[in-house]
Design a protein around this ligand. Sequence first.
Ligand code: PLP
Ligand code: TYF
Length: 399
Amino acid sequence: RLEGVEQAPPDPILGVSEAFKADTSDLKLNLGVGAYRTEELKPYVLNVVKKAERKMIDAGENKEYLPIDGLASFNKATVNLLLGFDHAAVKEGCVATVQSLSGTGSLRVGAQFIQKCIPGKTVYLSNPTWGNHRGIFSSAGVKWEYYRYFDPETVGLDFEGLMEDIKNAPDASIIVLHGCAHNPTGVDPTKEQWKQIADLCVDKNHLPFFDVAYQGFASGSLDEDAYAPRYFVDRGIEIMVAQSYSKNLGLYGERVGALNFILSSSSAAKKVLSQLKQIARAIYSNPPVHGARIVSEVVGNDDMFGEWKQEMEYMAGRIKGVRQELQDHLERINPDKDWSFITKQIGMFSFTGLTPQQVENMTNKHHIYMTKDGRISLAGLSSSKAEYLAKAIDDSVRN
Ligand code: PLP
Ligand code: TYF
């Protein structure tokens, strides 16, 4: 009966992991998915997470359903991490927060809210952006368009293009902005540029929707990486924010995140929250409890909070280290090309500029798995593999 169903294409990011698994070579290296690995290329469970889990088990915590909007202590913690502790917007009741299914689920609830409560709006996505953004908004029935973002000539931000496109968008459009560590390019606006983007959002009455998937993972500091959304809030701009704890607390499979609205009145926040709850109820009823408790335990305990910050700094530092090593090897092997973009870009990824054909060479000849857009995840690279990767990149750009 279902023979007529069309075959859907594999996911461009997760499909890379499937191909990697099927490769039997000892040389193989998975730089596709953005997931942190140790120097031994093993998944990493943070010590502070293990500590929190032990404490939770010892306390005999149960598995009852959470309320639709999630664990209250998590919601409080997640807003504190986003805005800084005890922000005026929270005290004034101007923040609506629902715990949701990590970054993806939070974006999806946000998209559904747009479709339901402010219909007819177009969402503007950076070109390029995280591969799932288009699907998330499309599946909620929300129209999206691109704004210019990356300039391959300078391997940097096309700031003029970005400003022009956001200016030309209809008033009160929704602009999706990566809070920090832009995926896939690793290129973020400077503080001065954020200021100009904020000015434009005020002029145009746009609603920025921040996707914060790497707080603490870009610079190693939670505060530094929250600069942009905090700045917008301090300017009095209403914003939406999706948060994820996949990377910064390594809770990938636990699906921990939140959707926040920071608004200019408590009455608007109350109404928005009522809508978010209705939306969540019909999709998944209520969010998972275990990971939310971990975040709440870690943030609520000074010692564990300090330990988390140290582990985060360590992970961010390891990535910065392999960035430098990769660049050093490439500068030695192929000194005619400028490789400085590798350490200029931040976060988990480097946008190498490799063409789809060169990416094919990386995979077919060198067993190095990466996305077709030329992105590599440095979180999946070890020191000991940096030279092998540099040689493969050099071989691929020569062909
Ligand atoms: N947004 C961006 C830009 C991402 O890179 C990711 C994942 O890496 C996510 C959102 C959501 O990930 P998750 O659903 O695991 O939180
Ligand atoms: O960009 C990445 O690699 C991460 C990983 O549904 C990812 O976003 C990919 C697909 C997905 C969730 C996370």
